[in-house]
Design a protein around this ligand. Structure first.
Ligand code: MN
Ligand code: MN
Length: 458
């Protein structure tokens, strides 16, 4: 191929011994993060700890910021902003923003979950985000979340992660009796109200009253002993079922990594580690760990909350400059995953414009559906700036859309940030089996994403 032609670079093809070591070493830190932070609350706690170790201090509205300050804003334990104030005038240089999300598709308990049927205690659920329901049956699930008790105290719940813990379960039919279910379209095989969790099956035989000799009563006793909970406490709880398995290397060569929740913590980890590792203090940097992306970035902890602009206002007012000027000169990498090209399902992608595993960080000019509907279509000038930056810094990157035209589509937080007059483009790691209980990424792409972020904030 002539030097005039464009060609993707496979990172592993190009990597020397030193780069290979860096890629594999970096993935070990990520493995720890993704295994310990399976919900937004846990990911927040993990990153907060790391930030505190790096000298980040809590920020409160009213505080004045100055060059060199390193602060965090902990929004309800589910959404974090890390801010490092640079030496350049912020009204001219703007803020370098990297925004990823830390919520992932999962199965939430309903507020009145427990019931008993035919000697089995089960729990009703309402799924969170876009899942393919049939994928969540017949796998071990762990229960994570928080319960606010009647006295106002919040307790953390995490059952199913320790090898000695029990796990939870959604049953599926045996093939012998599944003829009718097999004949249904895949998406209807298991319905939303069929995602009931197996919670227990030993009755409370010690009950005085015969009507209390139930499995459900026994579970309420266990919950009460362990957490001081009563059934009504579920009304003020956020409890989620997530896959109980840990991240595992995939393939004989270990180049890929399988785990629950790569979308989007595979972008979160490079974002905050790039901030901590890139010590250059010139630019003001903001790393956002957003919640609620999977359900539209709504609510107090989602990217659409005004907290985002409130914090930019706070930075601007610390220097007595216009917030509008700060935003106009800011730029943002919306750090979210893209669909990796899957040789098993070629027909949903268009091969020229897809991101491929191990070909580096995937830059996506626009997301959306149909005629680019509901997408932030980054302009050519900003694409050009990012392209130049990555190329000059030796970052291996590629570009791709989320599937072929009119096959489907999706969105990210990019459009909410762009709406604030901030140049924004999507960049993320290609993911295989996105939104499934066990997603797959390339360790090489994870590392290139990290290098891309370092180049961006340097
Ligand atoms: Mn995502
Ligand atoms: Mn997603």
């Amino acid at each position: 191929m002539s030097e005039l032609a464009y060609k993707r670079t496979n990172v592993y093809e190009k990597a020397d011994e030193k780069l290979m070591k860096a890629i594999f070493d970096y993935a070990e830190g990520y493995r720890k993060f993704i295994d310990e932070g399976k919900t937004e609350r846990e990911a927040c706690a993990y990153v907060l700890n790391a930030a505190k170790e790096k000298g980040y201090k809590p920020f409160q509205f009213g505080d004045k910021l100055k060059a060199g300050d390193k602060v965090y804003y902990n929004n309800r334990g589910k959404n974090i902003y890390l801010i490092r104030v640079g030496t350049e005038p912020v009204e001219k240089d703007g803020i370098r923003i990297i925004a990823s999300h830390i919520d992932s598709p999962r199965i939430d308990l309903k507020q009145v979950p427990l019931y008993e049927s035919d000697g089995i205690a089960l729990a009703k659920t309402h799924y969170y985000g876009g899942i393919r329901k049939y994928q969540w049956a017949a796998i071990p699930l762990a229960l994570h979340g928080a319960v606010v008790l009647s006295n106002g105290e919040t307790i953390e719940v995490k059952i199913g992660e320790d090898e000695s813990d029990p796990v939870f379960y959604i049953s599926d039919l045996l093939p012998h009796l599944a003829a009718k279910q097999n004949a249904k379209p895949l998406g209807e095989g298991i319905g939303g109200e069929d995602l009931n969790i197996w919670f227990g099956n030993i009755p409370y035989t010690a009950a005085k009253d015969d009507k209390d000799k139930t499995v459900k009563e026994n579970l309420l006793r266990i919950l009460n002993e362990k957490y001081g909970m009563k059934e009504e406490d579920f009304l003020s709880a956020e409890l989620s079922l997530v896959p109980a398995f840990k991240a595992r290397d995939i393939g004989l060569d270990r180049g890929l990594l399988g785990a629950y929740g790569h979308d989007d913590r595979v972008c979160t980890y490079p974002a905050y580690t790039a901030l901590f590792d890139e010590e250059s203090d010139k630019h003001t940097v903001m790393v956002v760990l957003a919640d609620k992306e999977e359900i539209g970035s709504e609510g107090t902890t989602g990217m659409q909350c005004v907290l985002f602009t409130d914090l930019i206002d706070a930075i601007a007012s610390s220097f007595g400059v216009s917030s509008a000027a700060v935003r106009a000169n800011s730029r943002c990498l919306s750090a979210d995953v893209n669909a990796g090209y899957d040789p098993n399902y070629k027909s949903v992608s268009e091969p020229l414009n897809s991101t491929y595993v191990s070909c580096g960080a995937g830059v996506t000019k626009f997301t959306g559906a149909r005629g680019k509907s509901a997408s932030n279509d980054a302009d050519a000038e900003f694409m050009g700036e990012i392209r130049k930056l990555f190329n000059e810094n030796g970052v291996i990157w590629q570009t791709g859309e989320l599937g072929g035209v009119d096959v489907g589509g999706g969105g990210t937080v990019a459009k909410y940030i762009a709406k604030m007059n901030i140049n924004t483009v999507d960049i993320g790691v290609p993911v295989i089996s996105m939104h499934s209980p066990f997603e797959v990424i390339s360790k090489a792409d994870l590392y290139e994403e990290y290098l891309a972020f370092r180049a961006f904030i340097k």
